[in-house]
Design a binder for this molecule. Structure first.
Ligand SMILES: *Cc1c(COP(=O)(O)O)cnc(C)c1O
Length: 223
């Protein structure tokens, strides 16, 4: 069994081999790993962490409040009854896919905190079971988020389809990059393209990802 330190070191090396590390933000997805694993990653210099489940994530954020300068990203499906917890504790929400959720996050973000950083989740593979806005809805949703004072529109997020077909993956990631360019032409706060997971991050980086979200590659298999 590799240690967390060994896993981080090999991922850092692989990123260096693949891209200019300074332009790729590594999000360590700590869902279903204990707070202790986050502490180990923090000690290695990791600062951005991702969680999928509101309750688990909030508990970890509270348990780890002594760690300074962390950025917590909510990356899971959003339910209306969970938005308050998320708005009060997280720094980023990457899975916004409808106006109602954006409105709630804006209303529930405490006034003394900086605006929540928002990525819009795109259902790039058009799979019915996956959440995410389609392209037509996207620009309208972006305008809504951009107009809300307690939210800052940062970019786009997608989950590539579960296929080993590299051509399909490349098409999806390239389509995302083109959508990001369209968004950047309209909104000057947009700088983030969050795509690529443990199984496909190299392809995502080649297509223009600025943030990759790795769980298994950094922390090992989830329970
Ligand atoms: C779990 C998860 C990840 C990380 O997945 P790995 O395959 O373990 O790297 C990334 N993004 C989202 C949205 C996830 O739910």
């Amino acid at each position: 069994m590799k240690t967390i330190a060994e896993r981080f070191e090999s991922v850092y090396q692989a990123i260096r081999a693949h891209a200019d590390q300074s332009v790729i933000e590594l999000l360590a997805v700590s869902k279903r790993h204990p707070a202790e694993a986050v502490r180990q990653a923090y000690a290695l210099g990791q600062r951005h962490f991702g969680e999928n489940y509101a309750q688990e994530g909030v508990q970890k954020i509270i348990d780890l409040a002594d760690l300074k300068d962390t950025q917590w990203h909510f990356i899971g499906p959003l339910q209306s009854n969970k938005t308050r917890q998320i708005a009060e504790h997280f720094d980023w929400v990457q899975s916004v896919d409808r106006e109602k959720i954006a409105q709630r996050l804006n209303q529930q973000r405490p006034a003394q905190l900086p605006p929540l950083n928002i990525c819009l989740q795109v259902n790039i593979s058009q799979e019915a079971q996956k959440s995410g806005a389609d392209e037509q809805q996207l620009l309208a949703l972006a305008a809504t988020v951009n107009a809300l004072p307690q939210l800052t529109l940062r970019g786009l997020m997608c989950i590539g389809s579960a296929t080993n077909d590299v051509v399909v993956k490349q098409q999806e990631f390239t389509a995302m990059q083109q959508l990001l360019v369209k968004l950047q032409q309209r909104f000057d706060t947009v700088d983030t393209l969050s795509m690529g997971m443990s199984g496909d991050w190299q392809q995502a980086v080649t297509a223009g990802a600025t943030m990759i979200r790795l769980g298994t590659a950094l922390f090992g298999n989830r329970e």
